[in-house]
Design a protein around this ligand. Structure first.
Ligand code: NDP
Ligand code: 8X3
Length: 246
């Protein structure tokens, strides 16, 4: 019988590329996102591979439990839906942006996990892949709450593993660096010029690269768990630590 992957945030970027990758390998897909028309387009394109499309705002805890908690036979949960908003220093940020990131990147992940985990524990099989970020480990100016949410994802994944010891349920945080998707358009609130500057002169990671990593993670031997996996494009690395000399 085909396996099923549940992808949060399947309407663009990593989620959409992963849907295509897993469909091509014969998996069944349950796809979620707020933009219903994009979900419908994917369903039309991928046909029978799509088991279900679910319009869902990951900030809505009640809807997460109502719509995901009733799903059966989910083999892999990809907690992917997420966003960054702005790059302002902490003292200038609009608190609504912080709220939006915390609600989606933290609460969306924990409640989707809580909705799906019982069936995996009951079956004694399953896999959760959480999309973290290099920003969860490596601070940068303006990364304040975005990086904080991704650090949360990282530690949440490790603590899940602690809870799951003895169960055949895998948990991985996949932490990509700079990747070109709709991410920067969202971060800069539709300023496409500013968004394109992020990738100018580089060859960033592509959503398809992330999908390939997820496919690899899904196909490791049953006894192997990757706790943390970090990937950057070759054009990205770390800088010196900052020093104030005023
Ligand atoms: P995209 O903006 O292309 O995709 C984000 C996805 O998340 C969309 O499908 C969007 O769907 C969904 N989403 C956002 N907010 C919500 C919400 N409230 N409810 C439901 N779905 C939501 O970005 P990426 O593919 O790049 O991002 C995917 C993940 O990867 C995010 O968690 C991001 O933080 C992380 N990441 C991105 C990196 C990058 O450089 N691109 C690097 C490292 C990590 P919709 O709008 O239809 O609801
Ligand atoms: C996205 C990568 O460097 O923009 O998580 O924070 S970065």
């Amino acid at each position: 019988m085909s396996k099923t992957i549940l992808i949060t945030g399947a309407t663009s970027g990593f989620g959409e590329a992963t849907a295509r990758r897993f469909a091509a390998e014969g998996w069944q897909l349950v796809l979620t996102g707020r933009r219903s028309e994009r979900l419908q387009q994917l369903q039309t394109e991928l046909g029978d591979a799509v088991r279900d499309i679910i319009t869902l705002d990951m900030q809505d805890r009640e809807q997460i439990f109502a719509k995901l908690g009733t799903l059966e036979n989910i083999d892999l949960l990809l907690n992917n839906a997420g966003l960054a908003l702005g790059l302002e220093p902490a003292w200038e940020v609009n608190p609504d942006d912080w709220e939006n990131m915390v609600e989606t990147n933290i609460k969306g992940v924990i409640y989707a996990t809580r909705a799906i985990l019982p069936q995996m524990v009951e079956r004694n099989s399953g896999q959760i892949i959480n999309i973290g970020s290099t920003a969860g480990r490596w601070p940068y100016p303006g990364g304040n709450v975005y990086g904080g949410t991704k650090a949360f994802v990282e530690q949440f994944g490790r603590n899940l593993r602690a809870d799951l010891l003895g169960k055949k349920v895998k948990v991985t945080t996949l932490a990509p660096g700079m990747a070109e998707s709709e991410f920067s358009n969202v971060r800069f609130k539709g300023d496409t010029e500013k968004a394109s500057q992020v990738y100018k002169g580089t060859e960033p990671l592509r959503p398809e690269d992330i999908a390939e990593m997820i496919w690899w993670l899904a196909n490791l031997p049953p006894h192997v768990n990757i706790n943390h996996m970090e990937a950057m494009c070759l054009d990205q690395s770390w800088g010196h630590l900052a020093v104030n000399r005023d």
